[in-house]
Design a protein around this ligand. Structure first.
Ligand code: NAD
Length: 470
């Protein structure tokens, strides 16, 4: 991997206005692999101008033409899956197999969206009026870094599908994936100016995009703290802001749950991608009647997780950056200091690791829901086991959180599982599984965000509603 020194504006690769750069660091080795251009306000201005100009003609493409474009993007994506997977691994240390799966999911979501787009009713007559769904305009798109292939795709492609033009400000620690993504869109023939990309710092390029008067909508995914700032910055120009923010999801293991399903969901959900998953069920709620059995089985499964070089056959690689590693360490120490019982992992690096930002997959038992590790999003491989006595209490604990992104329920009685799902305040509830369905609406209750993405919901986020009366 090398440098990422150019921006993609108005259908061409271009130098940034200023020559400022930052290091690109491989988290698996700690080594600098290249330099990243830091686009600034003037670059954002150029990109927004291009998108605004392009909107005039791009928004007039027929649905059939946009379906054709999405199909071309999907085909190009499928051709570049290996490149995208390698880029994701180099950027953030995701094990190669998982990086490949997420790239495949991203490409698959483009195909699914092409199908949805072809059938979507953009115009509907109701009595004496017609309701038209029209593209909102220029969309500013700000994703995070944890699943970069998927997150850039789920923002840019629905906007293009809706007839909007776009400016992407990718996460600064995932520049290689951003480069491959822009190459895919360019090769697929996205019309000049409909897609633009300014790499750079969130506080500079991201903020300039959010405040820009010619941007009609901001779609932001990231931490709740930055999401609040984005919402404030967008307020002066009354933009639509959709937000996919943090989470502290609960996994309710019901008293009759199958142990293998429960343990595998807990490990897959929390430890996969080094715990850097917004939907990770980091609060695992276990019935007191089965406490010893579940604590033992989950601790053993987490101790058996193979951690190492993400280019080899491992389940878990490093966390994405030095900063992330120190954050995870602080939270592990907080768990110890506040009296939780460490049953797997702990502070420091896994045995034998000499370089790179590797954390230890960690499980705490005897966590209470008021402890720091139960309240705050860690974004690392740290699981909190919280014991409950009754199912009502489990639901109360699940709901006692400022977040409400996802919840998980494991149990053998379908009626009880569905009843619990109905009582949990979260945007998506997964029953006896951790794999999401990328066509189901996705987004958060409470401080986990506003709006919904994926499938029809993702398309509609980018549409305005016009009533034509008479
Ligand atoms: P972050 O909030 O630090 O950054 C997210 C993006 O915002 C990055 O592209 C960053 O450059 C940009 N940014 C930073 N400051 C900005 C500003 N002032 N104005 C505009 N943009 C700015 O988050 P992160 O560390 O990249 O990602 C981790 C967080 O994302 C976690 O909290 C996680 O839960 C959340 N997340 C949520 C979802 C979801 O769908 N709800 C999905 C993935 C990640």
């Amino acid at each position: 991997m090398t440098d990422v020194l150019r921006l993609y504006i108005d259908g061409a690769w271009t130098e940034p206005v200023e020559g400022r750069t930052a290091d690109i660091v491989n988290p698996a080795t700690g080594e600098t692999t290249g330099q990243l251009a830091l686009g600034n306000e003037a670059d954002v201005d150029r990109a927004v101008e291009a998108a605004k100009r392009a909107f005039v003609s791009y928004s007039q493409l027929s649905v059939a033409e946009r379906v054709e474009l999405l199909e071309a993007i999907a085909a190009e994506y499928e051709r570049r899956l290996d490149d995208m997977a390698a880029a994701v691994t180099a950027d953030v240390g995701t094990p190669l197999f998982l990086a490949r799966l997420s790239a495949e999911a991203a490409a698959g979501s483009v195909r699914e969206l092409a199908e949805i787009l072809g059938k979507y009713p953009f115009e509907e007559r109701r009595g004496d009026y017609t309701v038209r769904k029209e593209p909102i305009g220029v969309c500013g798109l700000i994703p995070p870094w944890n699943y970069p292939a998927l997150q850039m795709t789920e923002k840019v492609v629905p906007a293009l599908a809706a007839g909007c033009t776009t400016v992407l400000k990718p996460a600064e620690i995932a520049p290689y994936s951003a480069q491959v993504f822009a190459e895919i869109l360019h090769a697929a023939g996205v019309p000049q100016g409909a897609f633009n990309m300014v790499v750079g710092k969130g506080s500079v390029a991201g903020s300039a995009l959010t405040k820009h008067p010619d941007v009609d909508m901001i779609s932001f995914t990231g931490s709740t703290a930055v999401g609040i700032q984005v919402q404030k910055d967008a307020a002066d120009t009354v933009k639509r802001v959709t937000q996919e923010l943090g989470g502290k999801s609960a996994h309710i293991i019901l008293p009759d749950a199958d142990i293998e399903t429960a343990v595998s969901m807990a490990v897959q959900g929390v430890i996969s991608n080094s715990g850097q998953t917004c939907t990770a069920p980091t609060r695992t709620l276990i019935p007191s009647s089965r406490k010893d059995e579940l604590v033992g089985a989950i601790a053993a499964a987490v101790q058996a997780v193979v951690v190492g070089d993400p280019l080899t056959q491992v389940f878990m690689g490093p966390v994405a950056s030095e900063r992330q590693w120190h954050t995870v360490q602080r939270y592990i120490q907080a768990g110890i200091d506040e009296g939780a019982t460490l049953v797997a992992g702990g502070p420091g690096q896994p045995e034998g690791v000499k370089s790179g930002w590797f954390a230890r997959p960690t499980v705490f038992a005897d966590v209470t829901n008021d402890m720091t590790i139960a309240r705050e999003e860690i974004f690392g491989p740290v699981m909190s086991l919280i014991t409950y006595d009754t199912v009502d209490e489990a639901v109360d604990i699940a709901n006692d959180s400022p977040y409400g992104l996802t919840a998980y329920v494991t149990g053998s009685d379908p009626e009880q599982v569905r009843d619990v799902a109905a009582r949990v305040r979260a945007g998506q509830v997964l029953l006896n599984r951790v794999q999401p369905d990328l066509t189901a609406p996705f987004g958060g209750y409470k401080q986990s965000g506003n709006g919904r993405i994926w499938g029809v919901a993702g398309l509609e986020e980018n549409l305005e509603v016009k009533a034509v009366v008479g």
